[in-house]
Design a protein around this ligand. Sequence first.
Ligand code: FE2
Length: 430
Amino acid sequence: MSFDLIVKNATLPDGRSGVDIACSRGKIDAVEAGIVAEAEKVIDADGLLVSPPFVDSHFHMDATLSLGRPRMNVSGTLLEGIALWGELKPVQTIDEIIERALRYCDLAVSQGLLAIRSHVDVSDVDLKGVEALLQVREKVADYIDLQLVAFPQDGVFRAEGAGKNLLRALDMGVDVVGGIPHFERTMAEGAQSVTWLCEVAAKRGLRVDMHCDESDDPQSRHIETLAFETQRLGLGGRVAGSHLTSMHSMDNYFVSKLIPLMAEAGVQAIANPLINIMLQGRHDTYPKRRGQTRVRELRDAGIDVAFGADCVMDPWYSLGAADMLDVASMGLHVGQLSSRYDMRWCYDTVTSIPAKILGLEGYGIEKGCNADLVLLQATDPIEAIRMRPNRLAVIRRGKIISETPAHIANLSLAGRPDSLNPASYGQIVG
Ligand code: FE2
């Protein structure tokens, strides 16, 4: 038996170690110890972590790398960011959006980030972002799964024609229905927008991913309507609420009803730790609220929770490097997810959980899955979050598409607790 690729002596995110991964024709044929066979290419992982690719479930690729265009965000607030984006939209070109997006995709590949759900603004009649990102989706298809969300940044009811533009974007091939209920004119209009958008998705058989309650206002409760509509329309497992930051300030009694409702409905949650720790709580003096939804409580209720990058060098956020471990680390810190089990779970929030939310097929390291792998210079997921290690090899459909040399300083792993012992993770599923 001969394979295209064998990765030898890998440690997997679930704690399995000493594993060989044999691949051919773009798929994984076997995951077991001691595979003896010919292969065109053999990679010795030497006990290091071999992971399925990172997945970003929430990004804005139409705005990325535009930092400083046409000016900087002085206040640092979400609302000035939206206003600044409104200044950039009319002056940027389709070619410019494509060029920036492709640069970002190159960076993403080098970080082992091979699936991205990107929102694309559909507020304006020209749909420049949609045209650009549809082309980008095509261009990067061999190395990145790019899923697009029709996102009415200025409000699907509030911005004139935004509803029609959103439907046009879906007709053009955008994959997912977006929304921004907290930015509509009133709470009532926000709730109506959730209903309308969910009905559009149900009619077309599409997924939903709404910016929902990205606010410090505890009265912003559109997630309740989103859960209700998800259940009413039978969309469970296909609807995500993104951000959900107002939940951090809600009354505990209300939340004690809300979270079970979300779980019943099968709504998924996407937090964006880097951006929300930066943007939320800007009107507070002290104590200042953390800008993150109730990650632990949502997870413990059985709800799928992922961490997204949201922004990299754009009107809302000046930093970022397409490194989902950076995102996981911030989510871990802000959520005080410090036990071995919790830290290990944070790795799942940027790999297997967002893969499920995006509905990616063939994701994972099992026989029959796509041969998409990332070899990291770390021995386990917790060390990966701690070190943000080099991605020594990034493999897509059995072929190496990016390599980064080992970093000598990173080789000193002395003093790490028994992180190679799966038992120390607690009870991990998946
Ligand atoms: Fe966002």
